[in-house]
Write a protein that binds this ligand. Sequence first.
Ligand code: CA
Length: 236
Amino acid sequence: MVTAQPDTPRVLVIEDEEALRFTLAHSLKKEGYQVLAASRGDDGLKLAREARPDLILLDLMLPGLDGIQICRLLRRDSTVPIIMLTALGGEGDRVAGLDTGADDYLAKPFGMRELLARVRALLRRSASGSQPPVVKDGALVSGDLALDRERREATRAGKPLRMKPKEFELLLFFAQHPGRVFTREQILDEVWGLDFYGGPRTVDVHVRWLRQKIEADPANPDRIKTVRGSGYLFEG
Ligand code: CA
């Protein structure tokens, strides 16, 4: 049995490559984390639900259930931070373009220092008290907004909002990361993906449209805030 401090963060590693699973577990333990591990996707999902870890490192290609399926199943009722581990060769880009619900992506092979930095950052973020998004009946709920990720539908105070697919994705991205400042370039990368050739103005235009739909007073927004010289921040 692991005897660790009760407030030691617990990290679940779901990875079928034995050598990598071992290295990850070893490095995380050395950093003081409690580590749980699974080599199959279905076992990993079960462990995630039973043990309620503070963070999950999730391989993409797994026997049983793959990383994307696990992410989607977990996101129905959990906001646990998830870092997806993807293979090299554009797979990371492809995964980032899907709405898997992962918080971060790391392409293999990655350095352990880089991985640990991302783990620390995500754990800090989830502990920082910026209102975490709540998941209810499969929808992400933030204030008077509810976003159904499977149906790609949004409601405000129970009333359906009509929006373009990219508006929905942008709002979902904001709602998944409340209290964080993103530059227009980051938002373009995250929401539009790397195959998009438009400019940062695209983000401004979509933010304007969203504000018309979700703000009580679009001229004085209190959900999607402009951070001068930086970008945008969503208030959870
Ligand atoms: Ca694998």
